[in-house]
Design a protein around this ligand. Structure first.
Ligand code: FO1
Length: 311
């Protein structure tokens, strides 16, 4: 079993590469749900949906979230009723949220509904929400406000200075069924190049997951989301200082070092390899910019090789 800790787009690209290298049926992705929110009475799970749409080949090519060939008839009509349009739901995407919300209201768990959604999109790998319990990532801003992650990132365009990040609801959340087993019984655990604070960090906040990572006999190998001192995508550079981590490939490795065994750096950060090794980690250097699926597949092979697992 190939287990992957996953956020949104970076994880989707990485998983697409991994599916070229090992059978999709043997891949389990544990996905961040801290970005999830309820809008218009509908439950929206951006990371689960982005990965699903990417792997099904139906993601919006420019946005990299939501559906390709999308229309916004419903969103336009909702403005008539005065609904704030800051978080836009496209018509095709709405079908996913409608199905999910209906099934949740019938008492199905998020894991069960996620399996239904991935099956409907023809995926062979398993996506597991980190938890089925209600959690949400909250951002404390320097001007003293407490925002939902999407209010910070979409409504306020990631502009406020961040003082703190927490996963609300984490104290009583339990890992979703199969999550701890997927880590403890894995042949390898891979950490996608996702945001270390609001993707990987929030997965680790669910009690029991960090402990499973620290104790699993499987090698744990990650890919740096920081390349040349900058984020490939998103806002990790604004959030890492809030958790006391340095914005560098080496800094993220150090942030993960309690449970990490190996770290893959981009070629642009090759000079940091010796510092990563001095943390007690094994290290490989390769092209991590996954614009092409062939690069993503090679990156997946490099991770498996570093972990000592055959592909
Ligand atoms: N991102 C935006 O910048 N604006 C939006 O209106 C928006 C809507 C949206 C709806 C469904 C969905 O699954 C994702 C959506 N996103 C939107 C992306 C999302 O906010 C983030 O990029 C992720 O949560 C960060 O990984």
């Amino acid at each position: 079993m190939y287990t992957v800790l996953a956020g949104g787009v970076g994880a989707a690209r990485f998983l697409r590469g991994l599916t070229q290298v090992v059978p999709a049926e043997e891949i389990v992705a544990i996905v961040n749900v801290g970005d999830d929110l309820t809008r218009l009475g509908l439950r929206i799970c951006p990371d689960l949906d982005s990965i699903t749409y990417w792997l099904a080949g139906v993601v919006h090519p420019e946005q990299q979230w939501g559906r390709a060939q999308e229309s916004h008839v419903v969103a336009g009509e909702l403005e008539r009723f005065g609904h704030e349009p800051w978080f836009t739901l496209g018509d095709r995407d709405l079908a996913t949220h409608l199905h999910r919300s209906l099934r949740l209201s019938q008492g199905a768990s998020l894991s069960t509904v996620t399996a239904e959604v991935t099956r409907a999109f023809g995926l062979d790998l398993r996506l597991l929400p980190a938890t089925d319990d209600p959690v949400e990532t909250r951002i404390t801003t320097a001007d003293g406000r407490d925002l939902h992650f999407q209010e910070y990132w979409v409504r306020e365009r990631g502009r406020p200075e961040v003082r703190g990040v927490r996963l609300q609801g984490a104290a009583t959340a339990r890992p979703a069924p199969g999550v701890v087993e997927a880590i403890v019984d894995a042949d390898v655990v891979l950490v996608a190049p996702s945001n270390p604070v609001v993707s990987i960090g929030t997965i680790l906040e669910v009690p029991g997951i960090r402990e499973a990572l620290a104790t699993t006999p499987a090698p744990v190998v990650g890919v740096s989301p920081i390349v040349g001192g900058e984020v490939v995508r998103g806002m990790a550079h604004r959030l890492l200082p809030a958790v006391g981590a340095e914005v560098s490939a080496r800094g993220v490795a150090s942030h993960y070092r309690e449970w990490l065994d190996g770290w893959v750096l981009d070629e642009r950060d090759a000079e940091q390899a010796s510092e990563v090794r001095s943390l007690g980690l094994s290290c490989a250097v390769t092209d991590t910019m996954m614009d092409e699926v062939t690069v993503a597949a090679d990156l997946a092979r490099t991770c498996l090789h570093l972990a000592g697992v055959a592909s």
